[in-house]
Design a binder for this molecule. Structure first.
Ligand code: KG4
Ligand code: ZN
Length: 311
């Protein structure tokens, strides 16, 4: 069994996964409540909270399971947040004389598809859409991928969060915007879908269009049009994502990352393999899953292993 640890952003997570991809435990402590009053993740606040949560979260995940390897997200992410997970993983692995597996968070999101019961086999084309990344990936084996396209500015999840903020919704905004959009008319506003060459994405123009639309309205008018704005804005993001997937010409498509939880995106891709809802947003089961296809560092060579903010 593999213990996975994930602390790259504002979720403190630990999970135990078997070598053949069964989830034995999956614990996620979200810090969303803590960061809400700031309207976004405050890195230093996140690091300090990870320190408080990491031991109880790991203990709850292990819960008597016999651990044979420790996997941890080492990149990319908030450096102070990553360091809490990496330090905890080193200490746990070293004390038990276990190997340590350094995992790339993005590989982790893709590996959410390799857990049972989905257990998806490559090859497939994967949309990875989260708060920090928006990428199209060519996945030919479980040990990695090639990047076909990426965002030139904001990530899709960031576009959801910033849009939600402009509409006066809570943080994190993606889920709230998704819920509100169900009550609105997606054709009420014609928001632009950016067309950049190749398979890249751009969402900053869309965000500006929403800003201008909101500015034109009084407080009272905004209250009346909020659901229509949310629905139209969500429609534009989903269209941009779906158009890019279609542009690859791929017939086997998968979607992972926090934005894969979006109900309109899921409904727009009826033939795609979708990460299960609890595994879309950050978790440690996906990190342990990726570790099944990543070279471990043997005991005790990993004590100098470092975290890195970039992929
Ligand atoms: O993968 P994730 O948990 O963290 C990163 O690695 O960034 O993704 C978080 C992102 C946030 O931007 C959040 O607003 C978005 O995923 N998200 C959603 C939904 N649920 C989460 N966006 C749209 N619709 C949702 N239902
Ligand atoms: Zn993530």
């Amino acid at each position: 069994m593999i213990l996975g640890i994930e602390t790259s952003c504002d979720e403190t997570a630990a999970a135990v996964v078997t070598w053949d991809g069964e989830i034995a435990s999956n614990v996620v402590a979200s810090q969303a409540e803590l960061h809400r009053r700031f309207g976004g993740v405050v890195p230093e606040v996140a690091s300090r909270r990870h320190l408080e949560l990491i031991t109880p979260v790991v203990e709850e995940a292990i819960d008597g399971h016999e651990i044979e390897a420790v996997a941890v997200t080492t990149r990319p992410g908030l450096i102070g947040a990553l360091l809490v997970g990496v330090s905890a993983a080193k200490a746990l692995a070293w004390a038990r004389r276990l190997p340590l597996v350094p995992v790339n968070h993005l590989h982790g999101h893709v590996a959410s598809l390799y857990l049972k019961p989905l257990d998806l086999q490559p090859p497939f084309t994967c949309l990875l859409a989260s708060g920090g990344h928006t990428m199209l990936l060519d996945v030919r084996g479980r040990d990695g991928y090639d990047v076909l396209g990426t965002t030139l500015d904001d990530a899709a999840g960031e576009a959801f969060d910033k849009g939600a903020r402009l509409l006066g919704l809570g943080y994190p905004g993606g889920r709230e915007l998704d819920l509100l959009a169900r009550e609105g008319d997606p054709e009420a506003y014609a928001f632009p879908v950016a067309r950049v060459p190749g398979l890249d994405f751009s969402f900053s123009g869309l965000k500006t269009a929403l800003l201008y639309a909101v500015r034109k309205l009084s407080e009272h008018e905004l209250a009346a049009r909020r659901a229509d704005l949310a629905a139209s804005y969500q429609r534009a993001i989903v269209r941009a994502l779906v158009e890019r997937i279609e542009a690859t010409g791929a017939d086997r498509v998968a979607v992972v990352g926090g934005v894969a939880a979006n109900s309109e995106l899921r409904a727009s891709l009826p033939d795609a393999a979708l990460a299960p809802l609890p595994l879309c947003t950050d978790n440690a089961a996906m990190i342990a899953s990726a570790a099944r296809y990543t070279d471990p560092v043997p005991y005790p060579e990993y004590l100098s292993l470092d975290a890195r903010p970039t992929a």
